[in-house]
Design a protein around this ligand. Structure first.
Ligand SMILES: Nc1nc2c(ncn2[C@@H]2O[C@H](COP(=O)(O)OP(=O)(O)OP(=O)(O)O)[C@@H](O)[C@H]2O)c(=O)[nH]1
Ligand SMILES: [Mg+2]
Length: 439
């Protein structure tokens, strides 16, 4: 599913990744490629137009996202825009009082009956009691087909082959579901080759009588834009609450998935990806967007942005090291920060003039732990005025931190050196390694 879109987008993305600047030429070329890709994948023209316009507005004057190159920034913005047109994940609604009724409507052969079975299985797996029933009174085989399917997944199936009034039938099924304490009643309905007034009226009457929790339009993805047009008519006449997109496993171009939300204004709730009853899943826009744009690519972008944020923190930290009126309390605070930041090398790299020097250096984390322990065992008074730390205090601190007097001496010595160095640096205005980090 979505192979075509994925392929087209991956071509665009490969090209973009090499871009160095977000200049007009890069943006225009990217937009042209994207537009072509979307149209070839059968995305609705209005949606494409809006997509391109919105993206263009975002790109004009857009600064690079921290940590990303120009091309990567565009890719991230495309991803955001795809998410925007797919909308939020919309779970199946639940009625205040059971049963919740899910009515499936749509043209002939789009997969309503199959979807009824799939949805029943899905809801059962979530722990709900489920019943299915068909209001297709014209085709006797319809009820049988549904009940056979229900049997295979051990779900209740209501049927009445005598009743020829679809509306009365629907009311009867709802009563039955109430009596049986069913949480979800899935109502399969008749399909027609074309939109037909009589059927529409029937569906509207059913809706008025039983007030379904959900009316889902079952759309065959292989029918592309035609499916959307039909869905629009259904929506105008009956009022849909969502769409189930079936047959996405076939050679559907997938563009319909990107068009439904914007054109109909209702969400895709589920997708069918095969003939088997388990080929069915809720529609998660982020997963689909990642699939279309290449999952790995997006994840690595998000990771890179994350790293950039960490680098920001490290930079602030480095500045504080440079400027701080250095007390032992500060040192402790800063060691804590350094340790929270993850790889210490990253922090060190941010200290001006140090970056290149530490390329091949490994930092000894254990010594940080020791320094922290020593400082932790001091009283606040001692941290502010280290000169009061005499022999007996040192003994107490060493005992409290599980270190030796020698360790305590070393921390104090290091602290003094750091402070001296920082004073000198401030005077000369020159940046130098501010303190003797334990390495
Ligand atoms: N490949 C594939 N086939 C599907 C999917 N969903 C349904 N089908 C097939 O589509 C055909 C029609 O499915 P039905 O569930 O009978 O369609 P329907 O909407 O109930 O049809 P009517 O009751 O005649 O209106 C069957 O052969 C199904 O196996 C799907 O997600 N993928
Ligand atoms: Mg059917």
């Amino acid at each position: 599913m979505f192979e075509l879109l994925t392929e087209k987008f991956s071509n665009v993305i490969e090209k973009l990744k090499r871009a160095k600047k977000l200049d007009e030429k890069t943006v225009d070329e990217a937009l042209k490629d994207i537009k072509r890709a979307l149209l070839e994948a059968d995305v609705n023209i209005e949606v494409v137009q809006k997509f391109i316009n919105d993206l263009k507005q975002k790109l004009v004057g857009q600064e690079l996202i921290k940590g990303l190159t120009a091309g990567e920034t565009i890719v991230k913005l495309i991803y955001d825009e795809v998410l925007e047109i797919l909308g939020e994940h919309a779970p199946l609604e639940k009625a205040e009082k059971p049963p919740s009724i899910v009515m499936l409507v749509g043209l002939q052969g789009t997969g309503k009956t199959t979807t009824a079975g799939k949805l029943a299985k899905y809801l059962k797996s979530k722990g709900y009691t489920v019943a299915v029933a068909s209001t297709d009174v014209r085709r006797p085989a319809a009820m049988k087909q549904l009940c056979t399917l229900a049997q295979s997944i051990d779900a209740k199936c209501y049927a009445d082959e005598e009743e020829k009034d679809a509306v009365k039938l629907a009311e009867k099924f709802v009563k039955q579901a109430q009596n049986d304490g069913i949480s979800y009643l899935i109502l399969d309905t008749a399909g027609r080759l074309h939109i037909d007034e009589e059927l529409m009226e029937e569906l509207v009457k059913i809706k008025q009588k039983i007030n379904p929790t959900e009316i889902l339009y079952v759309a065959d993805a292989m029918q592309g834009q035609d499916a959307i047009n039909t869905a629009q008519t259904y929506h105008e006449k009956i009022g849909l609450t969502g769409v189930v997109l079936t047959k996405l496993d076939g050679d559907a171009k997938g563009g319909i998935a990107l068009s439904v939300r914007k054109i109909l204004g209702v969400p895709i709730k589920f997708i069918g990806t095969g003939e088997k009853i388990e080929d069915f899943q809720p529609f998660y826009p982020d997963r689909i967007a990642q699939r279309i744009l290449g999952l790995g690519d997006i994840q690595s972008l998000i990771e890179k942005m994350q790293n950039a944020i960490d680098e920001d923190k490290a930079e602030q930290m480095a500045k504080r090291v440079m400027n701080a009126e250095f007390t032992l309390e500060d040192l402790k605070e800063q060691i804590k920060m350094i340790r929270n930041l993850g790889p210490i090398e990253n922090v060190l790299k941010m200290i001006p003039g140090l970056g290149s020097k530490i390329k091949h250096l490994k930092v000894d984390e254990k010594r940080f732990v020791k320094i922290e322990a020593v400082i932790n065992s001091m009283t606040p008074e001692e941290r502010k005025n280290p000169h009061i730390i005499n022999g007996s205090r040192k003994k107490r601190i060493a005992r409290g931190s599980g270190t030796t007097i020698m360790d305590v001496n070393q921390v104090l010595k290091q602290y003094k050196e750091m402070k001296k160095m920082m004073k000198k640096m401030k005077k000369s205005g020159k940046m130098k390694l501010p303190f003797n980090l334990p390495m």
